[in-house]
Design a protein around this ligand. Structure first.
Ligand SMILES: Nc1ncnc2c1ncn2[C@@H]1O[C@H](COP(=O)(O)OP(=O)(O)OP(=O)(O)O)[C@@H](O)[C@H]1O
Ligand SMILES: [Mg+2]
Length: 381
């Protein structure tokens, strides 16, 4: 198994005085598949470029298997990077683009030919070895770039949006391939993507980035089920947000709408920023329920339906089974299967019992606690 440990210690990088990466500390375990997820400009590519040796941090250290790699040039790092902007050599044909790194390393000719053929077959381009990059589609170029990165058999693979130019079917195929190869070979992999489905499916852990800093690190399940902040909640998956108050088995929302919640979800308590995932909005046949919403819009999403519901000024998105029969104008009762409670500034998520305990003062001073019992930082006043 070839896969190195990668550690970032307080790594900072600024451009013209503005920090693109701000004191980021991160450990990627050997053989781990870690995804950097975040909006445009949040510093993802800058991190990858520093690990690959294309940029130097202003401050902080990058360690590979415990060794500080500052001063180690790109070609001597055990890393290979697939760039966001395609960077195939335009004057070399597809085969030579893939073999070039191996030639530089003076591998035997036969081995190189075998390896190139193998890699091009894997990415579905075995027939196109003699084409020039300009004679390929964007998706085909992306696959050549992936084959080229894999040819070097890196111990850390850096992938910057590697599947973005591919159609849905190819994207799924190629990411399944990358994941199984990664499992087999054990290459530590750092992936950058905007695609939340990709992140959820591929990653051992996800790092959510915002404005150059790490907002949350966790397994896909942790991040989805227990988002630490409203930013994370919105970035990964959809979430309805309300200001409300928990009271017993109900959530009191604006306009005095009370929505029942499943048992054990809430304790009682204070006014909070509240999040409900659309799939946790349940249409309930029980006509006795107090929360009546009017269906405003029904959109088919293939395997489920997205509804827009309204009750006074309250807008609610719900995802329901495609078998649920509703039409605009219908009146429905809803309940919440699960709610997420955040501090008033959208800060740390509060466990229900903690929220019930005492008034919430400031988000920065709140206990952050996941449902799984993992702990975050911060303490209560
Ligand atoms: N060479 C550079 N010179 C000046 N500013 C830069 C440079 N590279 C990046 N930046 C700035 O640093 C910030 C982070 O950029 P980065 O490319 O890391 O973002 P990203 O998260 O990869 O975004 P995207 O998803 O759009 O690719 C941005 O504000 C960007 O404009
Ligand atoms: Mg980028």
């Amino acid at each position: 198994m070839q896969g190195s440990e990668l550690v970032l210690e307080q790594v900072t990088k600024s451009f013209s005085g503005a920090p693109a990466v701000d004191a980021v500390s991160l450990t990627v375990r050997p053989h781990e598949f870690l995804t950097l997820l975040g909006p445009s400009g949040s510093g993802k590519t800058t991190i990858l470029r520093m690990v690959g040796g294309f940029l130097s941090p202003d401050t902080g250290r990058i360690l590979i298997d415990g060794v500080d790699v500052s001063g180690v040039p790109v070609e001597r790092r055990p890393t290979a990077m697939l760039f966001q902007q395609l960077s195939l050599w335009p004057h070399l044909n597809v085969s030579r683009n893939v073999s070039f790194g191996l030639e530089l390393r003076h591998r035997p000719k036969q081995e190189i030919a075998r390896r190139v053929h193998e890699l091009l077959s894997v990415v579905g381009l075995a027939e196109l070895g003699s084409r020039l990059p300009a004679q390929l589609s964007g998706g085909q170029q992306q696959r050549v770039a992936l084959a080229r990165a894999l040819a070097l058999e890196p111990r850390i693979l850096l992938l910057d949006e590697p599947f973005s130019a591919l159609d849905t079917k190819l994207r799924v195929e190629l990411r399944t391939f990358v994941r199984s190869l990664q499992r087999e070979v054990g290459t530590t992999t750092l992936l950058v993507t905007h695609d939340q489905e990709e992140a959820l499916e591929l990653s051992d852990r996800i790092v959510v980035m915002r404005d150059g800093h790490v907002e949350q690190v966790g397994s896909p399940t942790d991040i989805y089920e227990t988002p630490a902040t409203t930013f994370v909640a919105e970035f990964l998956g959809a979430m309805n947000f309300f200001t409300g108050a928990a009271s017993g088995q109900q959530v009191r929302l604006a306009g005095d709408v009370a929505v029942p919640v499943d048992e054990g979800v809430l304790a009682a308590g204070d006014r909070l920023e509240m999040g409900v995932r659309p799939e946790d909005v349940v249409l309930d046949a029980d006509a006795g329920l107090p929360a009546r919403f009017t269906v405003e819009e029904v959109t088919s999403k293939g395997h489920f339906r997205a509804l827009r519901l309204r009750c006074g000024a309250l807008d609610l998105r719900a995802f329901v089974d495609k078998g649920v029969v509703v039409a605009p104008g219908d009146d429905v009762a809803v309940r919440f299967r699960k709610v997420h409670l955040f501090g008033s500034g959208g800060g740390g998520q509060v466990a229900p019992e903690a929220a019930a305990e005492r008034p919430v003062a400031a988000p920065s001073a709140m206990a952050v606690r996941g449902a799984s019992g993992t702990s975050g930082s911060g303490s209560r006043p």
